[in-house]
Design a binder for this molecule. Structure first.
Ligand SMILES: *Cc1c(COP(=O)(O)O)cnc(C)c1O
Length: 435
């Protein structure tokens, strides 16, 4: 497998290099030079395979020999060791629950696969790998838990102070070992900017072997395609062949993976990009003007992104042609009040409790279904996190019904280990240089 940069399609690097670089030097994004299409036989028989089997077949096809089969199978089986069930909550409306991994968020798929791929490629005696990651909440927990205890790798996580939930903060700050957490007095965009500057800083690059674990890393994107295929497998078992996926979107990695699955041959009728008021992409699809801007804080804070870093990849997959993209992608945005009303409505109608990100995807699906009353496709909205990660949002009568998983309770007694820094680059840099 070879990858090019979206800023220079003549560049070609092997998978291993793209994984460790994360970003090409020209600041584009890595994309596979060729997106293979899975054979029809496999797609129409998806219902006969388990999630790890599907994951292995998809990964093997796209990696095209970059990791030998036996090693790849071991990586997939170790990384994808939890379920992604599809649950029908009302007529034709299904939720794809992606929160059954250790950090209770869909980011476990990407982070666990990536950490194992990196560890696989690290050779004995090589310089320690320093992973720098900016998180608005869920990435950090998934990456920390994914890399915890992995030899020869150190992880430094930046998160915006006061803008992540208590459970997210626990997952970020109670690890110790090879994981360092830094709270930044600023926004997620500030954290992301600090990480980007670190990658471009000559002294830091000289001293450390830096790599990113953000959703821009190609080894995080690939495993996120797995659950789209697996969702389709579950639909097939129920005799359903037409599907619309509604995806809660922030940095657009999740939906980017869905579109990659589509390009690999998954028959999807439509993708819905559901955002909160950080609506850079819905606005772009409407007007043709891409206007990056500072993020606005919302209750769905993992989607508070004003300049989604995976957007370039999506445009690249569609030949930078907005009209082509509009054939398969519709975007919607909702505010906090609409989000809360959706949570209440679904809870009162079905007893199902969704996290605020998930609620936005449900809203988009409902709106699409209302706009297409004659359409018979099944609707699948992706649930990206367990509701217990956002306890402040729920009214008491709903919140009291949320069952906290065991792995969270266990973190509660542990010590918090975080360093506090301002949002200026110099403080961050001197902190890094010390270590
Ligand atoms: C990260 C995250 C999102 C947004 O996913 P992107 O891939 O950045 O679009 C949505 N919901 C939750 C809970 C998340 O953690």
């Amino acid at each position: 497998m070879k990858l090019y940069s979206t800023n220079n399609t003549d560049l070609r690097v092997p998978f291993k290099e793209a994984v460790f670089n994360s970003l090409p030097a020209d600041k584009g994004l890595y994309m596979p030079e060729h997106i293979p299409v899975l054979d029809q036989e496999f797609i129409s028989n998806l219902d006969k395979y388990t999630l790890p089997e599907i994951a292995f077949h998809v990964a093997r096809t796209i990696l095209n020999g970059a990791i030998p089969d036996n090693d790849l199978k071991a990586i997939v089986n170790d990384a994808i060791n939890f379920e992604a069930p599809l649950v029908e909550i009302s007529e034709r409306v299904h939720v794809l629950e992606l929160f059954h991994g250790p950090s209770l968020a869909f980011k476990d798929f990407g982070a666990r696969f990536m950490s194992r791929v990196m560890s696989y490629f690290l050779e004995a005696g090589e310089k320690q790998l320093d992973v720098l990651v900016a998180t608005s909440g869920d990435t950090g927990g998934a990456v920390a838990l994914g890399f915890l205890g992995v030899p020869n790798v150190r992880v430094t996580i930046l998160y915006p102070k006061g803008k992540v939930s208590p459970i997210q903060e626990l997952q970020l700050t109670t690890n110790g070992q090879n994981i360092r957490a830094i709270e930044i007095d600023g926004t997620f965009d500030d954290c992301q900017a600090l990480v980007k500057r670190a990658f471009n800083n000559p002294e830091l690059k000289e001293k450390f072997r830096l790599t990113s674990a953000n959703s821009i890393n190609i080894s995080r994107l690939i495993p996120q395609t797995f659950y789209y295929f697996n969702a389709y497998a579950q639909l097939l078992r129920n005799g359903i062949k037409e599907v619309v996926f509604s995806v809660p979107s922030g940095n657009f990695g999740n939906i980017g993976a869905g579109l990659l699955a589509f390009k690999m041959g998954l028959p999807v009728k439509q993708f819905l990009a559901a955002t909160n008021v950080n609506d850079t992409v819905p606005e772009f699809l409407r007007t043709g003007v891409y206007r990056a801007r500072p993020s606005v804080q919302t209750w769905s804070n993992a989607m508070d992104v004003g300049d989604p870093s995976n957007w370039v990849r999506i445009m690249d997959m569609f030949g930078d042609d907005r009209q082509e993209l509009l054939k398969v992608l519709t975007a919607y945005s909702y505010n906090d009040e609409e989000t809360l009303n959706a949570i209440k409505q679904v809870h009162s109608e079905s007893g199902y409790i969704m996290c605020p990100h998930t609620a936005i995807a449900w809203l988009a699906l409902k709106e699409w279904m209302n706009d297409h009353p004659a359409d018979e496709a099944a609707g699948v909205f992706l649930s990206t996190a367990h509701p217990c990660k956002f306890p402040d949002i729920f009214p008491e009568e709903i919140g009291s019904g949320i069952v906290i998983p065991e792995q969270v309770k266990e973190l509660e007694g542990r010590e918090h280990l975080a360093v506090s820094l301002g949002k200026d680059f110099e403080s961050f840099k001197s902190f890094l240089m010390k270590g």
